[in-house]
Ligand binder design. Sequence first.
Ligand SMILES: [Zn+2]
Length: 61
Amino acid sequence: MTKAELTCPKCGHKQETNIPESGCLAYYKCDSCQKINAAPEGICCIICAYSDSMCPVSTKG
Ligand SMILES: [Zn+2]
């Protein structure tokens, strides 16, 4: 399974998450500050928003 490194927009903490093979992750919880980070409006998921990777939906076009 592919992994992405998410960066928390609140505290800057970096954590790895598994990228699902299909579908999007709408939100995740920061391991450091416990903030629930949701994808901003107009961005499909937290993988695209907070990591340097793209989700499978985006990469498929
Ligand atoms: Zn955080």
